[in-house]
Design a protein around this ligand. Structure first.
Ligand code: SF4
Ligand code: SF4
Length: 463
């Protein structure tokens, strides 16, 4: 009797366990994708054509709509968070083109931002993936650590070894494709890479209009320091005192976009502390991926009792430098960059266009330079494949997008490409080089800087 009771009790407990197991979400309880945001998707499919991963891979599961279905199924425990499912989230570039396209206002940006940390917490990555991610997240956001790698990399480039290795395709044969991709995107190391040449404070020229802070970025500070230098000269010439606190670090964009939530929060808090102490009225940034994350600090730190309000105040002061200069107006005279008309094509960075809805401001600024004629490429709103570290983590899809982007930019017939994002600039330069096309890629601040100084363009401006 006892045995029978026990067995009947245990079989009903098993049934209960099973039904509980069936409704057990495959995500943990820490901020899973919000079912209300998921339910806003009416599955119309308008977003598919504008999604770069869907365009390249061609599968529903690699589209915004497909990923939303997966999030829903994971929330309801209908599918496990298996490697096959994770692959479809990893293939998302986070470009936010779907947010722009969606007629129902689905906040896919919030959905994928909630999904990535879930993946990082609950999906065991392979040892190779873990090591690569450690290398990226323990190096890229820290300019001092990045600089430790510069001496050997400089030797590798200057000795001619890089040329030989690239010519023979040796790295593609010897290294995992992600490491080979990291090498492939490595630009020539500029002389200003080894230390920060900018002072902590640059005074305004003429009557001071305001005091602004400038975030120097981590990858940009090392690999494109000339962009920061040009930005400071443009701001100072236009009446702005520019503070660049020495202890500023990474804005957290790399970690934030890849769901490395704890690291992103720590970096964000450090940035807030630094710029609060600098007492600036605006925090400016000239790299669009960083700008988008800085404006998201309010969301990122909304549950932090010490930082939630401060993060919201900080975010309200953030401006992309093009957005800012368009808003306040240039007071400097601009000279033509060459005697004859100059055709240029502006590359919309995704986190500028889709993430911050900034598209006309940079164009308006560039067009103020005499003799510049702006051309528009087809598929201007499609990602170039850089997407933070996507071109390292997902090199095949990134390469396909990089090639398409370069073809579309080159097909405009423009003699200059203008890009306001370090990631896009490096990706476009890499694919121009692979195609053997010699076309300069410059930041709008570099163009304005030359136009203010009355300097003409030279043929070696990428160097
Ligand atoms: S995300 Fe928007 S555009 Fe895409 S299927 Fe859903 S409702 Fe349609
Ligand atoms: S963020 Fe970009 S890659 Fe990801 S689903 Fe949206 S459009 Fe596709």
């Amino acid at each position: 009797m006892q045995t029978s009771d026990h067995s009947s009790h245990s079989s009903s407990a098993q049934i209960n366990d099973q039904s509980e197991a069936q409704i057990q979400p495959s995500f943990d309880r820490q901020n899973p994708p919000d079912p209300k945001l998921i339910d806003a998707c009416v599955h119309c499919g308008f977003c598919l054509a504008t999604c770069p991963s869907y365009r390249v891979i061609g599968k529903e599961t690699d589209s915004p709509r497909g990923r939303i279905y997966l999030m829903d199924a994971l929330n309801e425990g209908k599918i496990p968070l298996s490697p096959a499912t994770v692959e479809h989230f990893d293939s998302c570039l986070g470009c936010l083109a779907c947010v722009t396209t969606c007629p129902s206002g689905v906040e896919y940006d919030q959905l994928i931002a909630a999904t990535r940390p879930q993946v990082n917490r609950n999906h065991p990555r392979s040892i190779g993936e873990k090591l690569l991610r450690q290398l990226i997240f323990k190096t890229f956001p820290y300019p001092d650590r990045l600089r430790l790698l510069l001496a050997p990399l400089n030797l590798y480039q200057k000795s001619g070894l890089q040329k030989l290795v690239r010519k023979t395709g040796l790295l593609n044969k010897l290294l995992p494709q992600q490491l080979a991709a990291m090498e492939a995107v490595l630009p020539p190391i500029p002389s200003g890479a080894f230390s920060d040449r900018l002072p902590e404070l640059v005074p305004a020229q003429g009557t001071q209009r305001d005091r602004v802070g400038l975030l120097l970025g981590c990858v940009q500070r090392v690999f494109l320091p000339q962009v920061n230098e040009a930005t400071v000269r443009v701001l100072a010439a236009n009446g702005f005192e520019v503070a660049m606190p020495r202890d500023q670090g990474c804005c957290a964009a790399l970690s934030h976009h890849q769901g490395e939530e704890e690291q992103a929060k720590e970096l964000a808090k450090q940035t807030i502390d630094t710029f609060e102490a600098a007492k600036v009225n605006y925090v400016l940034i000239n790299a669009s991926g960083c700008g988008h994350t800085l404006k998201e600090y309010g969301n990122l730190l909304k549950d932090d009792p010490e930082y939630a309000d401060r993060a919201a105040v900080f975010a309200s002061k953030v401006r992309d430098v093009q957005e800012f200069l368009d808003e306040v107006g240039l007071v400097t005279e601009l000279s033509p960059l060459q005697p004859e008309p100059l055709t240029a094509v502006y590359q919309d960075a995704c986190h500028m266009l889709h993430g911050q809805k900034i598209s006309v401001q940079p164009r308006r600024l560039i067009k103020q330079i005499p003799q510049i004629q702006l051309r528009e490429p087809i598929d201007a709103a499609l990602c170039c494949g850089s997407a933070g570290v996507y071109n390292i983590l997902q090199p095949e899809v990134a390469a396909e997008l990089g090639q398409q982007k370069v073809d579309n930019l080159v097909n405009t017939g423009a003699s200059l490409i203008v890009s306001a994002n370090v990631g896009c600039t490096l990706q476009i330069r890499q694919h121009l080089q692979l195609k053997g096309i010699d076309l300069p890629v410059m930041h709008p601040m570099e163009l304005l800087d030359l136009a203010i100084a009355g300097t003409k363009l030279t043929s070696n401006i990428n160097g």
